[in-house]
Design a binder for this molecule. Structure first.
Ligand code: ATP
Length: 237
């Protein structure tokens, strides 16, 4: 099977500071892959490089195609979609308009209406609040709106940057349940998270990123039982 996305020895620098060092990651179609690691490990940097917002060295392939000359717009057109850590919603626009903007690269209005209904079915809370300004939503609702907006772009690969950031435990559980359910839509997911336990419970494969380098990788179900990881990231439960 051809991997959907492969990063092969990817490095990213901010001036003379190398934030990501020779990281290799592979995501197969239909897989949820998580990259866990502490604050400042380089997770966001890697995501920005993968979508083409930061220059990198090393090789990236998407559906077998070399991404070296594929800019961010073209990556999005091919089905890559980033949901950034800060969620980047339009706060002065209502929920429905934020969602419709997610489909800006698509033309057929009837399709957009149907997809909007699908998103509302998935997130009934957003339907209830469709006329409410995004800036007035709770943190969990904003994360749902960010996910819903990404779904409007009909992605094949979602890059999710810390979807649990700043959310209460109950809401985190709901968000991760939603993420797991996206697999049924045939969407592959690269998930970076500080909430290692929730991420590994949801993912098929996990990588540990520490100071810019992969220090461990394997099946998520094995990593979750690894004593070293339990001590460092999984809260000892
Ligand atoms: P967090 O979970 O806190 O977002 P992270 O794992 O996503 O952490 P990054 O944000 O990718 O980590 O940061 C990796 C390293 O790069 C850190 O040492 C950070 O200080 C540095 N860094 C991030 N952004 C910049 C920037 N714009 N200029 C210079 N250094 C940066």
């Amino acid at each position: 099977m051809t991997a959907l996305l492969t990063l092969d020895k990817v490095s990213v620098s901010y001036g003379r500071i190398q934030a990501v060092r020779e990281v290799s990651v592979s995501i197969d179609p239909g897989q949820i892959v998580t990259i866990i690691g502490p604050n400042g490990a380089g997770k966001t940097t890697l995501m920005l490089a993968a979508i083409g917002l930061l220059p990198s060295i090393g090789a990236m392939r998407y559906e077998g195609e070399d991404l070296a000359d594929v800019d961010v717009e073209a990556r999005v057109e091919r089905g890559m979609c980033l949901v950034p850590e800060r969620r980047e919603l339009f706060h002065d626009m209502n929920v429905e308009d934020n969602l419709t903007l997610g489909a800006y690269s698509r033309r057929a209005k009837a399709d957009i209406r149907r997809d909007l209904d699908d998103v509302f079915d998935r997130f009934p809370r957003l339907r209830e609040r469709s006329r409410q300004l995004a800036g007035t939503l709770s943190g969990g609702e904003r994360q749902m709106l960010a996910l819903g907006r990404a779904l409007m772009a009909k992605p094949r690969l979602l890059l999710l940057d810390e979807p649990s950031l700043g959310l209460a435990p109950l809401i985190v559980r709901e968000i991760f349940k939603t993420i797991a359910s996206l697999r049924n839509l045939g969407i592959s997911i690269l998930l970076v998270e500080q909430n290692a336990r929730a991420a590994l419970e949801t993912a098929d494969v996990g990588y540990v990123l520490e100071t810019g380098q992969v220090t461990q990788q394997g099946a998520a179900s094995e990593l979750i039982g690894d004593p070293k990881l339990i001590a460092a990231y999984l809260g000892g439960h």
